[in-house]
Write a protein that binds this ligand. Sequence first.
Ligand SMILES: [Zn+2]
Length: 432
Amino acid sequence: MVAVASERIRGLDSALSEIDARRDEIVAFARDLIRFPTVNPPGEAYRPCAEFFGERLRRRGFDVTYVRAEGAPGDNDKYPRINVVCRREGSRPGPCVHFNGHLDVVQTGAGWTVDPFEGLVRDGKLYGRGACDMKGGIAAAVVAVEALIDSGTDLPGALEISGTVDEESGGYGGVAYLAERGWFSKPRVDHVIIPEPLNVDRVCIGHRGVWWAEIETLGRIAHGSMPFLGDSAIRHMSAVLEKFEHALYPALAARRSDMPVVPDGARQSTMNVNSIHGGQAESFEGLPAPCVADSCRIVIDRRFLIEETLAEVQGEVKALLDGLSHDRPNFRYKMRELFHVEPVMADRNGPVASATAKAIREVLGRDAKIVCSPGTYDQKHVDRIGRLKDCIAYGPGVLDLAHQPDEWVGIQDMVDSAKVMALAAIDLLTRA
Ligand SMILES: [Zn+2]
């Protein structure tokens, strides 16, 4: 027993020093990934990026499968939704640890001072669109796994690494598509780590739920000089917004969650009015014609807690609108759900969360923080479709930098998180 234990520790030490020695390799691989402009939408460069990722792991002895999400939103011959899953069997049967990263990035937007697809290195940081969210995390996971294999540590079970697409647009052509086909379920997979940028010392066990809906108020068109002959949908909408201000927002703010959501402002229910449009269209150049608006629409983005149900969230808004139908003359509305995502939260004492927290303590010498994300990510599909509960997000990258101009990831954070992922993987594989 002692001999086995000390052999294992030697293996761990050698894996960790292998990762230190591969610092430049982590940076180079992350930079190579950044150079594929995998912007979503529309889904640029998915195929070459997935193939670059898959061929690297094929050379390292992984079985590599490319899965095109045929029929998924946005999938066509010009922009195929190409996912890649790589698997390597260990020395004997055992659990499977899976690392999943999304290859897509959001548009660059304005305000960059460096080329977003060059992968510039400066002052210990790697810059580029996706450096933080989440190509830096993918590179750290891949090099962690490679170093583990090369360290000669006896590894039972299996290691999997996937590069998936469309996370930024809901994951339906990526993790959801694969989960529906059994790629994220037992007995194939037991533990999942998603190296999203949640900060190098935090274990993210889940996220709040989402409900998006469109609300339309209805009026009657008339000449703008005689508005009393019509019925303004915009004034009806202002009554809706007034209800939100005085009844809904205070109620949401009072609802604190036991979920450890960060930042602290997101540790309650929130709602954003994503857009508002009423009356005449905005996209013309001339002068407007005087009309009373017969339609006004808003889109709401309601984020809810694990303590709330979707039916309660929907019912709360509907009750306010029905109240207006009762109290306000001629108030008519339509409400249409755009989509919803249920909240998810893994067990903070479950295998993957506890192994990762322990590894953070060993590598960084401080306690891990257990957190939940304010927004959703692909864990929802692993949990809901794959029915696999032992899933977390853990990776380098500062959460607040995601989707910003001049996005970067710290090189030391990539190295440290690679060590954490390697230690967590070996712990999970050898626990049974
Ligand atoms: Zn992401």
